[in-house]
Design a protein around this ligand. Structure first.
Ligand SMILES: Cc1cc2nc3c(=O)[nH]c(=O)nc-3n(C[C@H](O)[C@H](O)[C@H](O)COP(=O)(O)OP(=O)(O)OC[C@H]3O[C@@H](n4cnc5c(N)ncnc54)[C@H](O)[C@@H]3O)c2cc1C
Length: 392
């Protein structure tokens, strides 16, 4: 068998659609994010200024927002959608509004998610839609549902409204044959999300994978959960859809566990998370006749592992049940090289009003300090391309 190779250092491909000035701008921003001090000051200052109602939205929009988001509305995302589509990368419209609390907000978000399903349905380049259950549900109710405490009448009514919003989204997606991801969130609300996702899969995944739940492999219990989910799907007779991620709420999870005095659900070290992530990839490949999955990751080793295992197992690069996915503004070296080589690859394109996207932006900023390593990787690649273009 021929030797398997993908060149993720190919910065010419990774940044082909970036102009010289785009690239320099990207360099400036990632350099700032790379410094833990600047990163912390920037994030705090942004929260503070927004809290005081200072007019900083314009600055945020022109800098970090433009780097990690497609725009404030679906229409504003058009250039990003077109660029990604032209490189055979499937854009995924991700309405990134977080922290809303009223029933009217939740209905609005449900309708907006339905608009993204319509958009995907009308554009063959858009492979998936996505939503967060907290976008259509109050946190407190999800927490009560997850704790399995008995719900009072008021909570029961809220619970029914959550159920019907989630069902409306999934039913709409199913009628149009449009797959939809349900993002994973904090462990103390995840049980309610998992139960909703399982019910939706049972309803809508009987002939094709429409609903995908998300599994966070930084949790100690999630490989077992993946196996149980597969068994349940197999016994009940539906296709399991899963998005595999490492998990975005590590500090928050650990902090809460300490504060409340329970064992942290998160692995003690990065190696254990990586091992479970890669084991989950192997597990899904082994059960590809009944599991459709998406590797949502920027980790080059995991991406390489999946691509090389597909090669050695003789799985087609464009097998409909195997997908790679990254976030907009990050790891273009993986997305563009995978797409050029014929794999199914997509990218979340977050959008929404600047102020509402702040929690998402803060997660990206924190993930992108030199401490976590992602930005150093990102910076090295940008520097390499600047050099190749003789711009530095
Ligand atoms: C397409 C896509 C969709 C996503 N959807 C979701 C989602 O629905 N829910 C969600 O929570 N996240 C989601 N994420 C974010 C994801 O969970 C990660 O935070 C992010 O992708 C970084 O992990 P990585 O696999 O890219 O690789 P890496 O950069 O190699 O890994 C970093 C991750 O490893 C884990 N980690 C780091 N240090 C330690 C440690 N000391 N001990 C244990 N674990 C550690 C953490 O999860 C950290 O985020 C998504 C990411 C992508 C690309």
């Amino acid at each position: 068998m021929s030797e398997f190779k993908l060149d993720f250092q190919d910065t010419e491909t990774a940044f082909a659609d970036k102009s010289d000035s785009d690239l320099k701008e990207k360099f400036r921003l990632f350099k700032m994010l790379n410094s833990p001090v600047m990163n912390a000051i920037g994030t705090r200052a942004a929260k503070f200024a927004l809290g005081l109602g200072l007019p900083v939205e314009g600055i945020i929009k022109k800098t970090i927002f433009e780097q990690f988001c497609g725009g404030e509305t679906i229409e504003e995302c058009e250039p990003a959608i077109r660029k990604l589509g032209a490189a055979n990368i499937g854009p995924i419209l991700d309405y990134s509004v977080e922290g809303k609390a009223t029933e009217a907000d939740f209905d609005y978000t449900r309708d907006e998610i339905i608009r993204t399903i319509d958009q995907a349905n009308n554009d063959a380049k858009i492979p998936f839609a996505v939503f967060k259950v907290t976008g259509v549900a109050p946190l407190g109710t999800l927490e009560r549902m997850s704790s399995k405490r008995k719900l009072d009448g008021k909570s029961q009514a809220k619970c029914e409204r959550i159920h019907s919003r989630v069902n409306e989204i999934c039913e709409y997606a199913s009628k149009r044959g449009q797959p939809v991801f349900i993002d994973a969130e904090e462990s103390w609300i995840q049980d309610a999300i998992d139960r909703l996702a399982a019910e939706m899969m049972e309803k809508y995944n009987t002939h094709q994978p429409i609903v995908y739940n998300t599994i966070q492999l930084y949790r100690k219990d999630r490989l077992k959960f993946l196996r149980e989910s597969r068994r349940r799907a197999s016994e009940t007779g539906y296709i399991l859809g899963v998005k595999l991620v490492r998990g975005a709420y590590m500090e928050k999870e650990r902090g809460r566990a300490i504060e409340k005095g329970y064992p942290s659900p998160i692995h003690e070290d990065k190696t254990s998370t990586d091992d479970d992530y890669n084991a989950a990839i192997e597990y899904c490949l082994k059960h590809l006749d009944e599991v459709a999955f998406v590797a949502g990751t920027h980790n080059e080793k995991s991406v390489h592992l999946l691509a090389s295992r597909m090669h050695s197992l003789g799985i087609a690069k464009n097998h409909p049940y195997v997908n790679f996915s990254q976030l907009y503004g990050m790891s273009d070296n993986l997305s563009y090289v995978l797409a050029k080589n014929g794999y199914n690859v997509s990218k979340y394109v977050p959008y929404g009003p600047v102020a509402d996207a702040i929690p998402y932006l803060i997660r990206r900023a924190q993930e992108n300090t030199s401490v976590t390593g992602q930005v150093s990787r990102e910076l090295e690649l940008i520097q390499k391309e600047l050099k190749r273009r003789r711009l530095s």
